[in-house]
Design a protein around this ligand. Structure first.
Ligand SMILES: Nc1ncnc2c1ncn2[C@@H]1O[C@H](COP(=O)(O)OP(=O)(O)O)[C@@H](O)[C@H]1O
Ligand SMILES: [Mg+2]
Length: 363
């Protein structure tokens, strides 16, 4: 039996380039080489695609501050021929048929639907969410609306766009109290997220958030535990045991995530009553379906002292680093890293087959 040709794509043009490399190292290490013929493409920060050796695509792998794509390799692109996708070296060497691609890319140009759209155009099955559900989940304002429409609780808040006049601190304070959270709508890693404690801090926080996006959310501060749940599947998604993040900073900021080794404690699984676990799992699946997700997503919650839940956000390509929640939660739910990668590929093929079987002409 011929091996399945799996293309792992990592790096990318977002501030999360380095985190993506750490994730990709772990995904590649978990790939079952008896089932897959593997190729790795690194996307440079300027957008260039290079095929690199699958077992040597990263430099300084153990130093998160210096980790980088290996130099050299072969410039490549993708094309669609005979109804399927190919990786095509630009030096004229033979093309490689791609059976499935796993974009291990976080943030912009990775989780926002762009790479998913490109792979769909090229006829390549893609691990994870499709273009629309990726783009919608990346946008916290759209996420809030879709979840609310499905009856799923979210943090109360308003959307401010660059062109519109800003709401006054008095009006926001009256509606939501203090502190408030201000955050760019379509970013990740807590970049541009500010906890606003007093009216005087509001305008600088909005200015900071508008450096990163034209759309900004102002939210009520939810004083709850931060619970995360991994979802896996297409039409019948299942939820893992929930985990918990306990930030040791003011909130789960960029520094707490990446700069401070002791910035947060991660518990997988979280210490929760069985009844709460079940509610988290049911709501995680409901949120996944409300967003139209497929393949995988990590659904992040606030669990309030009274036991109520609110969904904070969905991450459609969650971290896959050694300590990341998504694979850890599946491990403690009985799925090894290698089984998880195999299942993600199977789900990608299944979605692709379903889409391909749809009628494409009306005659
Ligand atoms: N409404 C809120 N109430 C309390 N904490 C919040 C709120 N929104 C964000 N935070 C804090 O900021 C962190 C980052 O915000 P989040 O919306 O998850 O953005 P990102 O996509 O950058 O992770 C959260 O993990 C949490 O610690
Ligand atoms: Mg988050």
């Amino acid at each position: 039996m011929s091996l399945c040709h799996l293309l792992v794509i990592s790096g990318g043009r977002s501030p999360e380039h380095e985190v993506a490399l750490q994730s990709a190292l772990n995904v590649v290490a978990a790939v079952d080489r008896k089932a897959f013929d593997l190729a790795v493409v690194g996307i440079d920060k300027d957008g260039a695609w290079r095929q690199l050796p699958s077992d040597d695509f990263v430099r300084h792998r153990d130093d998160p501050t210096r980790i980088a794509l290996a130099p050299g390799g072969r410039p490549v692109t993708l094309c669609c021929r005979e109804g399927r996708g190919w990786m095509v070296p630009l030096d004229g060497s033979p093309a490689w048929p791609v059976d499935v691609a796993f974009p291990v890319l976080h943030g912009a140009y990775g989780e926002d639907g762009t790479i998913q759209g490109f792979l769909a155009l090229m006829g390549v099955p893609c691990v994870g969410c499709d273009t629309a559900s990726s783009a919608n989940s990346m946008d916290k304002a759209i996420t809030k609306r879709l979840l609310q429409a499905a009856g799923i609780p979210v943090a109360p808040g308003v959307v401010v766009t660059r062109g519109a006049s800003w709401p006054t601190a008095e009006a926001l304070g009256r509606e939501f109290g203090w502190p408030l959270f201000v955050k760019p709508a379509r970013l990740g890693s807590s970049v541009g997220v500010v906890k606003v404690k007093t009216p005087a801090e509001l305008a600088p926080a909005l200015t900071e958030a508008f450096r990163y996006d034209d759309k900004v959310l102002v939210e009520q501060c939810l004083r709850g535990r931060e619970i995360e749940c991994a979802v896996l599947g297409n039409d019948a998604p299942r939820a893992s045991l929930p985990g918990e993040v306990v930030p040791r900073h003011e909130f789960y900021s960029y520094a707490a995530k990446y700069l401070d080794d002791q910035g947060a404690a991660l518990y997988a699984p979280a210490d929760l009553p069985a009844e709460t676990t079940q509610r988290v799992q049911a709501m995680a699946v409901a949120a996944f379906q409300a967003m139209g997700c497929s393949g995988l997503a990590r659904v992040d919650f606030f669990l309030m002292p009274d036991g109520s839940l609110a969904v904070n956000e969905l991450n459609t390509i969650p971290g896959f680093t050694r300590i990341s929640m998504y694979p850890r939660l599946w491990q403690c739910s009985g799925l090894t890293y290698t089984e998880l990668v195999g299942e993600l590929v199977r789900l990608a093929m299944e979605s692709h087959r379903q889409r391909a079987s749809l009628c494409t002409s009306f005659t």
